[in-house]
Design a protein. Structure first.
Length: 318
C-alpha cells in the first residue's frame, strides 16, 4: 500500500533520537516504503478554504549523528497527503489550536490526521481526566486562591500544575503550612486569571509515574514507570526521572479499559495515560512519548502496531 505521510513536528535537528517517539514512527514508516513529508508549524497556511504546507521529503537513519536528510522544500495542499501526524510538543496555546483548524481543513478533504484535530482541541490533557472520576484522585480546577486553599485544608498534601504544559514544567508539591503557598498560587493562577489544577498528592509516585501507551483505544501491555530522582516528586523523564518498564497491572488494565473506548470514539489513535498508584492523573494526546524506551526494554515495535492501525483506517476510508 503506497502511502504519503506528513509529519508536523518540532525542528527535527533538535530532537534526541534515543527517546523520541516521533522518530520511532518515522523509522517504521520509512521501513514500509512510505513517502515522508516533513513540516513545521511555521510552514503551514490557509488560503481560502484549503490548507497548505511547506514540506520537504524526509529520510531518517537510526544514527547518533546525521539522523535525517531533507529534500528541497515544496509547497502543496495538505489534503494531497494520505495521513498527517500532528506531533508538535506543548505548550498547548492558541497557536497550537490554530494549527488544529488548518489540519481540520485537510481532514475534511479526506486526509487522516493523527490525532483528530477536534479531539486535540477538546480533550485537554489534564481536564480530560474528569470524564473518568472513578479512576482519579480528588481533583480541583480553579482560578480562585480561596478554593485551592480550601482543597489544601482538606487534603493537606497536594500537587499544583498548569493545564497546558508538559515534561513536569511548573509542577509544585504543596503541603499544608508551606510558607510558599501564596506565591505558588499567584504564579500558577497569574493572580487569579488562569485556571490551575490541584490533585491530592499520591505517595506511590516513589514507585513511578507510569506511562501506558494506547493505540486506537487498546493498551500496549507494558508501561514505563518514570521514577523520580532523589529529592524530587516529578517522575517526568524531562525532569530527570528514570524509566523502568513493567507489565501492566490489573488496575492499569482497568483504567485502560475505562478510557480506551472514549479514545477510539474520538479518533485519538495514539495516547499516553499517566497513572500513579491506583490513579489516572493525565491523558496525553498531543505528542505522547516512551515508545523507544519500551521498545528497547521489551523488544517491541510499538510504531509498527500504530502504522498497522493507520493502514487499516486508510483502507476503511478508501
Amino acid at each position: 500500500m503506497s502511502i504519503s505521510l506528513g509529519v508536523v513536528m518540532d525542528p527535527i535537528q533538535n530532537i534526541t533520537i534515543e527517546k523520541d517517539s516521533t522518530f520511532a514512527m518515522l523509522l517504521e514508516a520509512q521501513k514500509r516504503g512510505w513517502d515522508i513529508w516533513y513540516m513545521e508549524q511555521g510552514g503551514l497556511f490557509l488560503e481560502g478554504d484549503r490548507s497548505y504546507g511547506q514540506m520537504q521529503q524526509l529520510q531518517v537513519e537510526d544514527a547518533s549523528s546525521h539522523w535525517h536528510s531533507l529534500s528541497s522544500a515544496r509547497t502543496a495542499p495538505l489534503d494531497e497527503l494520505d495521513v498527517i501526524l500532528m506531533r508538535v510538543d506543548p505548550p498547548f496555546d492558541m497557536e497550537y489550536i490554530y494549527t488544529t483548524y488548518l489540519l481540520e481543513q485537510a481532514e475534511q478533504r479526506g486526509t487522516l490526521v493523527v490525532n483528530r484535530p477536534q479531539s486535540l482541541r477538546d480533550a485537554n490533557e489534564k481536564l480530560f481526566t474528569a470524564r473518568f472520576p472513578e479512576c482519579c484522585a480528588p481533583t480541583l480546577v480553579a482560578r480562585s486562591h480561596r478554593r485551592i486553599l480550601e482543597f489544601l485544608e482538606v487534603h493537606h498534601d497536594i500537587i499544583l500544575k498548569p493545564l497546558g504544559g508538559m515534561g513536569g514544567a511548573s509542577i509544585f508539591r504543596v503541603r499544608l503550612g508551606d510558607p510558599n503557598t501564596n506565591v505558588i498560587l499567584e504564579t500558577l493562577t497569574r493572580h487569579g486569571t488562569q485556571f490551575t489544577m490541584a490533585q491530592q498528592f499520591v505517595p506511590e509516585i516513589s514507585a513511578g509515574d507510569k506511562r501506558i501507551l494506547m493505540i486506537d483505544g487498546e493498551p500496549v501491555p507494558y508501561a514505563l514507570a518514570r521514577i523520580p530522582k532523589p529529592g524530587e516528586t516529578r517522575g517526568n523523564l524531562a525532569a530527570g526521572g528514570t524509566g523502568r518498564g513493567q507489565p501492566l497491572s490489573e488496575n492499569d488494565y482497568r483504567i485502560a479499559h475505562e478510557v480506551g473506548p472514549v479514545l477510539h470514539e474520538r479518533g485519538i489513535l495514539f495516547a499516553g495515560l499517566d497513572v500513579i498508584g491506583d490513579y489516572l492523573t493525565e491523558i496525553n494526546i498531543t505528542s505522547p512519548t516512551c515508545i523507544r524506551e519500551l521498545d528497547r526494554q521489551f523488544n517491541l515495535n510499538i510504531s509498527a502496531t500504530l502504522m498497522d492501525c493507520i493502514e487499516e483506517k486508510l483502507r476503511q476510508h478508501a
